[in-house]
Ligand binder design. Structure first.
Ligand code: GLN
Ligand code: ZN
Length: 745
């Protein structure tokens, strides 16, 4: 077989546009200010721009169907006709049915949104059960292919593969539907072949996690079937985010023409490949350029790895380790990064150039390759931080055990049974966002900005007093984002101006870059919390973001273990807690909503992760006196593998999402003997719906049945920043009244 694949490709590319054009267009469509045609025109422009850029960069094999109005898993669900009846019966247009699944409509909640493997991208979970009727609908893939071809660009349509699609779905045993689903894929492949498509890419990243023998067998069966189709494009099965281990031999048993391996997150893939025996004309697509981080590739190391693959396989193409969806679009528009940092970075456009260069080097030898700059972060060291960390034992712990601390804290705080509180943020109003925009634009000076934020803090404090909450918060009006806010104040972090990455749907985030040793320059939150406390006799809860979450939502340095970076962040937070305490703050919450999301995909790797994650949290929270109450907040309700770690965090109180899962979480905690304070959310803040007084009472009575009342806190599921004031006030009123009612009974 000749290598019609070429030397270079990427597994996917950002679809949001260099200036987030897609976000603006989609939101305008939702708001009704543009129509479907306008939206489609913007989308087509963005797609054309990407394809032309990739062609101009001389990338050999160019992907298509990587564009999405919301999410590529949802696109695949539509492509196989897996539209749940509750949406199909709304009788909306195709586009509006799609957005209804993504965002919900009045009567129908949206599909569930969840993390895409260990990234900060969220996909919509397909709902599949025994009644789902699969029906091939290749319209989107075909029209994107035709669109690119009209520009003279031959592309390779990309879809989530059938096995991964079902492994990501929820319902009664979705994987049991594999054979039916593969029928639909077969029809899609027929249609693509009829349209002249030469190659198709099917993504199977689910196989980098632990899989049962039946699931691996399913993969083999699916690709044997698809591979044996008479009328189909050549098939490229892409895997990424880790090592595929046993699934490699399953794939090699099938007739698929190309297999993609992540050689960045899964270095063991190389050994596995070497051990797999003859590769029989197979094309190996080597993911040598990191699609999940923003450092320049160490080209010398990549060439060495690429050469190893070349020695094993007849045909090798160079690729990114995963889709470039996870990095910002273009470094060249960043004008304010320090030159020493700038020259170490590569965003999507720059990574395409690296891929092309590596492809050439592997084909023609390295003589034509310009002397590469070293890849990865430069080491910006801070001796002070390192000395202090070495002295503070990694087993830093609070002095007294929980039971003793609880008594001391209660003597100070004097809280009623079932104390009421919130998770931190209050509504981020249009006025607050406007003030931030004016500050950035220079129309508002720092003093003016501070004055507006202080006015908001005062408003939030007065509101909470009036509502009768027990532990107050300052409301976080000054925070643009719970990670960015700290990143902007810490040494070792850099912020970009345009480095947006899609998080879900039209939502983008701008993760900070951790490029060197992390150090706190000055207190970061003490003024705000101290000011809030000065306004009230009730305790105000200080509010920090935990080390694991700060790492999870940043681009991290790769020159040292994550655990070392986590400890540096923890040390900065530890200093902050000590300063908060000195400023009279008696309760401090350290949020770790990302604790579970960064859990390694393979079981065997999870324990050591949890060990350093817990260690970093303890380092951050054990500098304060036993009288100071430490809270943490977690944003999920099914713990799975992190449940014992939650106990080991040794926080005095854990608030946790629970309203949607009807308090199941309390049973899970009881099962491991968790005996600290817990605040299961009694109000689902993800929708504007106001829970009735009776609903909150019921939720609380369920909670009291599972946990002694003296350990129970009453709070919403999460922060209120995305909510409006009317529903916030009404809901909190019900929450406080419900607590009073249950307390009295
Ligand atoms: N304290 C944060 C807030 O209330 C917590 C956010 C989160 O859990 N994601 O907004
Ligand atoms: Zn939360």
């Amino acid at each position: 077989m000749s290598n019609t694949f070429g030397q270079s490709t990427v597994l996917g590319y950002p679809r949001i546009g260099t200036n987030r054009e897609l976000k603006k267009a989609v939101e305008a469509y939702w708001a009704g200010t543009i129509d479907a045609d306008d939206l489609e025109k913007t989308a087509a422009g963005l797609r054309a721009e990407v394809w032309q850029q990739l062609r101009n960069a001389r990338l050999d094999s160019i992907p298509s169907n990587t564009f999405s109005y919301y999410d590529h898993v949802l696109d695949t669900a539509v492509a196989v006709g897996a539209i749940p009846a509750r949406f199909a019966r709304l009788g909306l247009s195709g586009l509006d049915t799609y957005f209804a699944m993504a965002r919900g409509v009045d009567a129908e909640p949206a599909l569930e949104l969840t993390k895409w493997f260990a990234t900060n991208y969220h996909y919509l979970v397909p709902e599949i059960d025994a009644d789902t009727v699969f029906k091939a609908n290749p319209t989107k893939a075909l029209s994107e292919y035709a669109e690119a071809r009209a520009l003279g660009i031959e592309t390779r349509p990309v879809l989530v593969g059938p096995a991964t699609f079902l492994l990501l779905a929820k319902g009664a045993d979705p994987f049991a539907r594999l054979d039916d689903l593969v029928d639909a894929y077969a029809r899609i492949l027929n249609a693509l072949a009829d349209a002249g498509v030469g190659w198709v890419q099917l993504d199977e990243p689910a196989y980098v996690a632990d899989r049962t023998p039946a699931e691996v067998e399913g993969l083999r069966r699916a690709y044997t079937r698809l591979g044996e189709l008479a009328n189909r494009p050549r098939i490229f099965v892409a895997t990424y985010f880790g090592e595929i281990r046993g699934a490699l031999s399953a794939l090699l048993d099938t007739p698929v023409e190309a297999i993609g391996l992540d050689l960045v997150a899964g270095p063991g893939n190389l050994r596995k490949l070497a051990a797999s025996g003859p590769l029989a004309g197979r094309i190996i697509v080597a993911g040598l350029v990191d699609g999940h981080n923003i450092w320049r590739t160490d080209l010398r190391a990549a060439i060495t790895n690429g050469a190893t693959v070349t020695a094993l396989a007849d045909h090798v193409a160079v690729s990114t380790s995963c889709s470039l969806l996870h990095v910002p679009v273009d470094l060249s528009v960043e004008t304010r990064l320090a030159p020493e940092l700038f020259e170490r970075l590569a965003f999507a456009r720059q990574k395409v150039d690296e891929v092309v260069l590596l492809g050439k080097a592997l084909r023609d030898g390295t003589a034509h390759v310009p002397v590469p700059l070293p890849g990865g972060p430069h080491v910006w060291r801070n001796g002070d931080v390192r000395t202090r960390l070495a002295a503070l034992s990694p087993a830093a712990r609070r002095r007294a055990p929980f039971v003793e601390r609880a008594a001391l804290q209660q003597a100070h705080l004097n809280l009623p049974e079932l104390p009421t509180t919130t998770i931190g943020s209050f509504p981020q109003t249009a006025e607050l966002r406007k003030a931030r925009a004016e500050l950035r634009a220079g129309r508002l000076d720092a003093d003016g900005y501070t004055a507006r934020m202080r006015a908001e803090v005062e408003h939030v404090i007065r509101l909470q007093e009036q509502l009768g909450l027990d532990v107050l918060v300052h409301g976080e009006p000054e925070r643009n984002d719970m990670v960015q806010y700290f990143g902007e104040q810490l040494d070792g972090f850099a912020a970009t101006d345009h480095g947006w990455v899609q998080s879900y749907g039209s939502r983008c985030v701008r993760p900070p870059i951790i490029y060197g040793d992390v150090a706190r320059k000055a207190p970061m939150t003490v003024e705000w919390s101290g000011y809030a406390q000065s306004l009230t006799a009730k305790p105000v809860k200080g509010m920090l973001t935990g080390p694991v979450t700060i790492l999870a939502w940043s681009f991290v340095r790769t020159d040292q273990p994550l655990s070392d970076t986590a400890d540096q962040v923890a040390l900065a937070l530890r200093d902050e807690t000590v300063d908060l305490e000195a400023a009279g703050i008696r309760v401090i919450q350290v949020d770790e909503p990302a604790l579970r999301e960064t859990l390694p995909l393979r079981h065997a790797d999870q324990e050591s992760y949890l060990q350093w994650a817990v260690g970093a949290f303890r380092l951050a929270t054990s500098g304060v006196a036993d009288e100071t109450q430490i809270h943490t907040h977690l944003c999920y309700s099914e713990f799975g593998d992190v449940i014992t770690a939650i106990d080991e965090l040794d926080a005095d109180v854990t608030s946790i999402e629970a309203s949607r899962s009807k308090m199941e979480v309390l049973g899970d905690l009881a099962a491991i003997g968790y005996s600290r304070g817990v605040g299961p959310g009694v109000w689902d803040i993800h929708s504007p719906r106001v829970p009735s007084h009776d609903e909150v009472v019921t939720a609380l009575r369920n909670a009291v049945a599972a946990v002694p009342a003296r350990r129970l806190w009453v709070n919403p599921d999460c922060g209120l920043k995305t909510r409006g004031y009317p529903e916030t006030e009404a809901s909190l009123r019900h929450l406080v009244a419900a607590a009073a009612e249950v307390r009295g009974s």
